[in-house]
Design a protein around this ligand. Structure first.
Ligand SMILES: Nc1ncnc2c1ncn2[C@@H]1O[C@H](COP(=O)(O)OP(=O)(O)OP(=O)(O)O)[C@@H](O)[C@H]1O
Length: 779
């Protein structure tokens, strides 16, 4: 097991947070003995509570595969003269951490690493309970029994712990303290409550000696804690009232980790978390995932009856004085829509994966891919905000959320620092953070709150050795991490390309692909953004026209929204101009104009609506042509062919790989590929106006910088060339104009290059370029 102390525990004083305790090496002795199983002898009584200190007849073995030679169950383990039994309370410790844990042995088994291990039911100290729900009445050495289990190697055992009620403690230690000289100093704890540490809910007070006598009580104890800590959770409150409620079935279905008391009694095969799929781990009573359009009522705790003025939220309807302003605001890509039409199934899928992982306390990695503007980020954020609402409504266990955007950090390694800060609130360097995260995720910590990480623009987090991507994909699979990674990228195969097929298939990513929107979907998206805008200022066919134009190219909602927003601006300007010409016309209320009134009263009579102040097909056309005739577009279109081809190849490469950065050599190869395809499908009509000496070069056989020959001998007549020097010059010119960023003064094959303008600008500029089309490129 990574990170856990192997072999002998260290002889150092260790502390349970807030509770001083001694190291227990004295109990385990100083010699390195192997751990041996202790089997129940047939003549011994099954289920004796080991805490009573009775000795039983037993047999032992040091091998892990000889269970068949023993008829009895494994009831304990021995290292030298130290023995521990099922149902006993133990102290455990972990390397690199000051923490020590107290847990009850529920089961012996062989762990995933083939080591002798035990499944522990944990106690928690009050320091480890997050949030403001900490109790204020805790005692110095008080522990809360939790519903969390964890399998740990026996080598982490550090001695025995003694748990008792407050009354028993006072009776045994009338002075209220365990003497420093006593053997059990630092190992005696009071337990009077159970706690669900992830929801921070507590059971009523109990008397430890009444409820726990030994291993036979574990199951009932678990059920009691689950029942009592759940009773305050609204989603399950109704169930608690049901007389038929089957706590045992629930307890089994809701196990943290894989342990179900009574189910796993032999060490023959350690169960792994992969044995159960996330969907089959869903609780029978768990709420169904909400879809954005389901409008599920989320019960949010209400503490105050009034909202202080300073934090009152005003609806845009109250602050937007005109329908145009409202439409512009709602169509803006930065505005957060109330729902995401056409993404219901993707929302459900992401929601159910996340809900299951948070509930089960497991890690998972979901890889989300799709072309730009297909709602990947918006959907994930929507899911997280619904999950957050569920937490606040006590329907879901608490979780931490952190967003890491590859575009917003200067160095991919900063992701480590961001994650550590989200987990612990401490700022450390990336190298330190990596070290701390490695330790954190490889150590058991049953109280760990699940962490959801959105890694957006993943392609920007690619590093030379792919360390960042590998770690973020790998950590969720570590048994103790409770890390849920949502990796968002534009291409489906980024993990395979950057990490190799072998590694990425081992990582077992859950993949969700977001397809581009078709025109009907884009129409619905725009229409939903215009809901509540008074005045009917946008024609339905105008929306359809915009949607069709965008769907034909990209299926990008961002682009459709941008075009429509610009069209609204144009219509608003028209309305203002019309109002200036006619004092009766009020630009803010187009429907109140006499012409509009008449038109609304008898729509049949006036077939053609007056366009001033409305968004019509014509307005959309203007918006599109404006977008395509801005100075950047004009500049791009006026570039020489070599530059246009270079940019096209770079854009193609960026789209194909999902990586913003390519080398000059990669881009040349991309051109070679394009030309080869074009050469196969149609005669080339490449023109390099700067070329002085046309020459035929076969693109299929030529390589390197001389690849730009256009044709084989059969197409000699149409062949033109672009010289390597032309391409290098084009790259230098484009760098100077700020269109691309290029590493170094002069392009070499390994020089890195990337677009410094939006990829969509390049596609827009050259989409209808006849010479680019002739190369067979469909942008
Ligand atoms: N189904 C939808 N309904 C409403 N708005 C949407 C929908 N899908 C996308 N949008 C809007 O389109 C814009 C782009 O969406 P988003 O950023 O989620 O796309 P993305 O797929 O993450 O793109 P990129 O890969 O470029 O980051 C946002 O303003 C978002 O609100």
């Amino acid at each position: 097991m990574p990170g856990i102390v192997e072999g002998r525990p260290k002889r150092t004083a260790r502390y349970l947070p807030g509770i001083t305790r001694e190291d227990s090496d004295d109990e385990l002795g100083t010699d390195d003995h192997p751990w041996e199983w202790i089997y129940e002898d047939e003549s011994s009584e099954p289920g004796d509570a080991p805490q009573d200190g009775k000795k039983r007849k037993r047999t032992t073995t040091t091998t892990t595969t000889t269970t068949t030679t023993h008829n009895g169950e494994i009831i304990g383990a021995r290292m030298g003269s130290f023995e521990c039994y099922l149902g006993e309370t133990m102290l455990l410790k972990a390397e690199g951490s000051n923490e020590a844990w107290v847990g009850i042995i529920c089961d012996f088994q062989i762990d995933e690493d083939g080591e002798k291990a035990a499944n522990f039911m944990w106690f928690s100290s009050q320091q480890e309970i997050r949030s403001a729900k900490k109790r204020t009445d805790y005692l110095e050495n008080e522990l809360y029994l939790t519903t969390s289990f964890d399998v740990n190697s026996l080598t982490t055992i550090n001695g025995k712990a003694y748990v008792m009620s407050q009354a028993a403690f006072s009776k045994k230690y009338p002075g209220g303290k365990v003497s420093r000289k006593a053997k059990e100093f630092g190992k005696v704890f009071i337990c009077r409550r159970g706690c669900n540490t992830r929801t921070c809910t507590y059971t009523d007070e109990f008397i430890w000696e009444d409820i726990y006598h030994g291993k036979e009580d574990i199951e009932a104890l678990q059920e009691m804690i689950r029942r009592e800590t759940k009773a305050t959770r609204k989603a399950r409150a109704a169930k608690a009232d049901s007389p038929d409620r089957d706590y045992k079935a629930e307890a089994e279905a809701e196990q943290d980790g894989d342990y179900a008391p009574g189910l796993l009694r032999t060490p023959k095969k350690a169960r792994t978390k992969d044995a159960v799929t996330p969907s089959s781990r869903r609780k029978p009573g768990a709420s169904k995932p909400a879809t954005p359009s389901s409008h599920r009522r989320i019960l949010v705790k209400k503490h105050l009856e009034f909202t202080p003025l300073a934090t009152r939220f005003l609806s845009p309807l109250n602050v937007q004085s005109s329908p145009y302003q409202l439409a512009r605001t709602q169509l803006h890509v930065a505005s957060v829509p109330t729902s995401l039409p056409c993404r219901e199934s993707e929302f459900s899928l992401v929601y159910s994966h996340l809900e299951a992982a948070i509930t089960d306390g497991t890690g998972t990695c979901i890889y989300i891919s799709g072309t730009p503007g297909t709602g990947k980020t918006a959907t994930v954020r929507e899911v997280v905000s619904h999950l957050d609402a569920a937490v606040r409504a006590d329907e879901l266990d608490d979780f931490i959320f952190v967003e890491i955007n590859g575009m917003k950090i200067t160095d991919p390694h900063q992701s480590y620092s961001l994650l550590w800060e989200a987990l612990k609130g401490q700022r450390v360097s990336p190298a330190q953070a990596l070290d701390l995260l490695e330790r954190e995720f490889s150590h058991p910590s049953p109280r760990r709150v699940p962490c959801v990480v959105l890694m957006d623009e993943l392609d920007q987090l690619v590093t030379k050795n792919q360390g960042v991507m590998y770690n973020f994909f790998n950590w969720p699979g570590l048994r103790h991490s409770r890390l849920i990674v949502l990796a968002v990228a534009n291409t489906m195969d980024l993990p395979e390309r950057t990490l190799s097929n072998k590694i990425s298939s081992r990582l077992g990513l859950t993949r969700i692909t977001f397809p581009g929107y078709n025109h009907e979907q884009l129409m619905r998206i725009v229409q939903s953004r215009l809901e509540g805008v008074p005045g009917d200022i946008v024609d339905a066919d105008a929306i359809q026209f915009a949607a069709r134009k965008v769907a034909a190219v990209s299926g990008d909602a961002r682009r459709a929204l941008d075009i429509c927003r610009r069209a609204v601006e144009l219509a608003e300007a028209d309305a203002k101009a019309a109002a200036a010409n006619s004092p009766d016309e009020t630009p803010n209320t187009p429907s109140k104009t006499p012409a509009r009134k008449k038109e609304q009263e008898s729509p049949q009579k006036s077939k053609k609506k007056p366009s001033a102040g409305r968004v019509t097909i014509e307005t959309i056309r203007r918006a599109i042509s404006e977008a395509t005739s801005n100075p950047l577009q004009q500049y791009l279109r006026s570039l020489p062919f070599a530059s246009r081809l270079l940019l096209t190849a770079l854009s193609m490469r960026t789209q194909r790989t999902g990586l913003a950065e390519s080398t000059f050599g990669d881009v040349l190869e991309e051109m070679q590929r394009m030309l080869k395809l074009a050469g196969e499908s149609r005669p080339l009509t490449l023109l390099d106006r700067k070329a002085t000496a046309p020459a035929a070069v076969n693109p299929a056989t030529d390589s390197g910088l001389g690849l730009m020959g256009a044709s084989s001998s059969s197409r000699k007549n149409t062949s033109q060339i672009i010289r390597p020097a032309g391409l290098s010059m084009a790259a230098v010119d484009l760098t100077g104009a700020g269109i691309i960023n290029l590493e170094g003064q002069k392009p070499e094959r390994p020089s890195k290059m990337r677009l410094a303008v939006g990829d969509e600008e390049v596609r827009l500029a050259f989409r209808d370029d006849p010479e680019i089309k002739a190369v067979g490129v469909i942008l």
